[in-house]
Design a protein around this ligand. Sequence first.
Ligand SMILES: Nc1nc2c(c(=O)[nH]1)N[C@H]1C(S)=C(S)[C@@H](COP(=O)(O)O)O[C@H]1N2
Ligand SMILES: [Mo]
Length: 343
Amino acid sequence: MSNGMATTPLSPAVPLEPVGVQRHIPLAPHQLIERTTPQRDLFTIAHYGIARVDVSSWQLEIGGLVERPCRLTFEEIRQLPKCGVETFHQCAGFPKKPDTATRRIANVVWSGVDLEQLLLSAGIRPEAQFLWSCGLDQGTFDGMAGGFYQKDMPLARLAQGGVILAYEINGETLTPEHGFPLRLVIPGYYGTNAVKWLYRLELADRRANGIFTTVLYNDPVPPSESGSVGMKRPVWDAPPESAIVSPPPGVLLSRDGVEIWGWAWAANGVSCVEISTDGGSNWSRASIEQRSQWSWQRFAFHWTPTVVGSFKLMARAMDTAGAIQPMYRARNAVHVVTVEVAD
Ligand SMILES: Nc1nc2c(c(=O)[nH]1)N[C@H]1C(S)=C(S)[C@@H](COP(=O)(O)O)O[C@H]1N2
Ligand SMILES: [Mo]
């Protein structure tokens, strides 16, 4: 770990290839068959393009409100104790359309180094309240000059554990698309916070003032909830959500019965999933497995249709704090799958 050099931030320039917004979503909900999503099937989201980092000249810088600012090479990071975390990984969707459900969801095992340990060894100053994290990608997004991709996280989140700087996904080295050489992983938080191509961590006493922490990824809070008009809430913790994997949409079923199954997830864990086969009028409890760390949880419900016709199947999850997945107009709105039943 080199010391004392980190007062002037590095000003790295790395190529983006391709340049511009990247959105690849290879799997639809009915294709999420595997519990662990392989890296090659994982969705890719990037606002400016895919950064191509030369790891031999790359360093991670830790600065701001720390006692001992420092820089680490990739080799130095690889020599620290390795830890892993299983978690759902979800894109919050279009930053300006919080009402739209996009169902870009996966479940992966990340490995890397424990962020809290790293920050403790750099010395967290008492005034520090937030972690700012910066990626090596920069440019213009939605007509705004955004600078480096930057996010923030309350330092209080560290106490719940699991926050790591990851260099592997499912035991494989990260590809450039997913953040090589190093990315932040905050289990339970939406993917937008998981900064790829990380190069600088900074502790601060306030939120970061970039476009991705102020203008974008801040949802309006309804006055009924906050008591005042114009309040915003950062897109951090993921509320409860579920997706039906099977039966797939449009399938023709017999009246023999079928298992309705899928995945449910929430930052604080899912306590219950209910199924409706009549478009939301009646709900029955599905069985649901325990979660492992921040993993998604499989739910299942055996359904025997009593009549033929067209059916709207729905699943809705409740988290351990009692929040329920809303029916409409939310990024975690209920997923509807229409199927046909014939004799
Ligand atoms: N540096 C950087 N990190 C980033 C982004 C980005 O544009 N730049 N996009 C974020 C968003 S919105 C999501 S959903 C996740 C996607 O991670 P993935 O492409 O590995 O699935 O990365 C996040 N981290
Ligand atoms: Mo995202």
